[in-house]
Design a protein around this ligand. Structure first.
Ligand SMILES: C=C(O[C@@H]1C=C(C(=O)O)C=C[C@H]1O)C(=O)O
Length: 256
């Protein structure tokens, strides 16, 4: 039951359930980041001028936090993918026997560079209101936890692809051998599931982002913590397409 060849309890239903739970983490992350204004100095390499470090304050926070978390074992879990893998020290803690269901080729898939670019260049300007309150370190910390949640969700595509492959190897194998990316993309796509995901994410964003007061009348006039349609936009434009890209990348390596 627990050999690497068996499914180890992973099914399409269970991986989808995991994705639903990760939506919560992403939405909490959006709420936390939206508490701060844009704080553009946090992203400015010239502003930071940190001794012995070349890069912005957010890069400084992310690289150093990832290094600490790597020592504490974070990246031993195949669900976790660092943004700066080239700077990571080894884990210093006893290893845990994480269930290994993925093909070893999964380890070489990391699209965090694209996620990073999307987040800072395209998404963050939509989420953060303009302004500067000086809380650059705190802002960078919220960026990192939101980025980690988005990255985990997107790279979970490896697990999604693995269970889809196991459910129908006869359908996937010829496309993999032919390196038919378009055919694979079509086969792994479920538009009705995607639509449900987008709708649920927007609804969760509206519910979680609601101001809570004890006077029922006030609630209607309260501004939400962030625009809920941004959450579904994030999913539609980036999270879902990136997840599918990871699935295709994974499947292309599946028979190596
Ligand atoms: C993740 C899956 O694969 C695809 C990507 C989806 C997503 O990122 O939400 C949803 C449906 C599929 O088109 C899935 O089938 O659940």
């Amino acid at each position: 039951e627990s050999s690497p060849e068996s499914g180890n309890g992973y099914t399409l239903a269970s991986v989808r359930e995991a994705l639903v739970k990760q939506e919560d983490t992403i939405i909490y992350g959006l709420i936390e980041r939206a508490k701060f204004p844009s704080n553009s100095h946090a992203y400015d390499k010239d502003y930071a001028a940190i001794k012995g470090f070349c890069g912005s304050l957010v890069e400084f926070v992310v690289k150093n936090t990832e290094a600490l978390q790597a020592k504490a074992g974070r990246y031993k879990n195949p669900e976790e993918n660092p943004f700066f893998p080239e700077y990571l020290p080894p884990s210093m803690v006893p290893s845990y026997p994480f269930t290994q269901i993925l093909h070893p080729g999964a380890a070489s898939i990391n699209i965090n560079k694209s996620i990073w670019k999307m987040y800072f260049q395209e998404f963050l300007p939509l989420l953060a209101t303009s302004g500067d309150d000086g809380n650059y370190a705190q802002t960078a910390a919220t960026d990192l936890s939101l980025l980690q949640a988005i990255s985990r969700r997107i790279h979970y595509g490896k697990f999604v692809a693995e269970v889809k492959f196991r459910d129908a190897p006869q359908d996937y194998e010829p496309l993999i051998r032919a390196k038919d990316k378009e055919g694979l993309m079509k086969l792994l796509t479920f538009t009705s599931v995607e639509e449900m995901v987008r709708k649920r994410v927007e609804k969760k964003a509206a519910v979680f982002g609601q101001e809570v007061s004890l006077n029922g009348e006030e609630e209607d006039n309260q501004k939400p913590k962030f625009d809920p349609s941004l959450a579904s936009r994030l999913y539609q434009k980036w999270v879902i397409p990136f997840t599918k890209e990871v699935q295709v990348d994974y499947l292309l390596r599946r028979l190596d």
